[in-house]
Design a protein around this ligand. Sequence first.
Ligand SMILES: NC(=O)c1ccc[n+]([C@@H]2O[C@H](COP(=O)([O-])OP(=O)(O)OC[C@H]3O[C@@H](n4cnc5c(N)ncnc54)[C@H](OP(=O)(O)O)[C@@H]3O)[C@@H](O)[C@H]2O)c1
Length: 273
Amino acid sequence: MFGPLNPPLADWAGKRVWVIGASTGIGAALARRLIRAGARVALSARDAGRLAEVAGLSPQVCLCPLDVAGLSPQVCLCPLDVAEPGALQRVATDIAARWGGVDAVFFVAARYRAVRAWELETDDIDATLRTNVAAVMQGCAAVLPAMLERGSGALVIVSSVAGYRGLPKALVYGASKAALINFAEALYLDLHPRGLGVHLVCPGFVETPLTANNDFHMPALISPDAAAGHILSGLRRGDFHIHFPKRFTRWLLLLRLLPGRLYFAAVRKVTGL
Ligand SMILES: NC(=O)c1ccc[n+]([C@@H]2O[C@H](COP(=O)([O-])OP(=O)(O)OC[C@H]3O[C@@H](n4cnc5c(N)ncnc54)[C@H](OP(=O)(O)O)[C@@H]3O)[C@@H](O)[C@H]2O)c1
């Protein structure tokens, strides 16, 4: 009853890992740590040059998909746009052909635009929901049949504390992250009895290109490497809900319990919006 909710993931040596959203920020930091820990890592994002840098290569070297023999035989570069139909399935098939399968997938890729109610735009709504929600579901659909057949594997879904409840300036992004929380919970219910791990990651503020344009104070801001460290510690414990930094996320989890009247008043007081 009080054991870990997931099979703990502690030893990464030789594990086959796919990090989607590995070119910058939290995904890049995760990929670097996983490579150092001895995992075989497939790195995906749109910017192939940055993926090569994360893998420790010259930005010019990049083909799709590329085994980096000699320099780092454990690394495979698989650039893709998650919003492009069929792209995730294509790369999942490439990785399976190369490594015979994948043990863990990190869904990190996302887009964020600060939007208020009077700034909603159709293109931004489409792109955000496609990148942040549909792509995660499609990526799961691409890797799950093989994981289910083996009876093992882990899905690590990066949502956000912005998905806990409605927040100003996170109109579309927050809703996309709330969808992932629901999706991860439903996945867990289906997949835990089949031996698979499902992990929901909800970071607070992390200093990355995603937050670089925020024009407000970001409390308890941490580095991407610290965020990656928190995620890997949570996986080591087998946690389902990995949230950090606790000095910030505990307050938000408390706010989650408030009735609407108190929640709205608290958010207005804190944000001034
Ligand atoms: N930073 C924070 O404070 C914070 C807080 C809570 C949650 N998060 C979540 O943490 C995750 C990582 O965010 P981050 O802060 O590290 O942001 P980031 O540095 O902007 O990284 C986003 C990653 O997603 C990739 N990406 C975006 N659109 C893509 C697409 N269409 N196809 C393929 N890859 C795409 C980007 O690469 P390319 O541009 O090369 O494609 C990049 O590698 C996101 O899910 C975010 O929602 C971040």
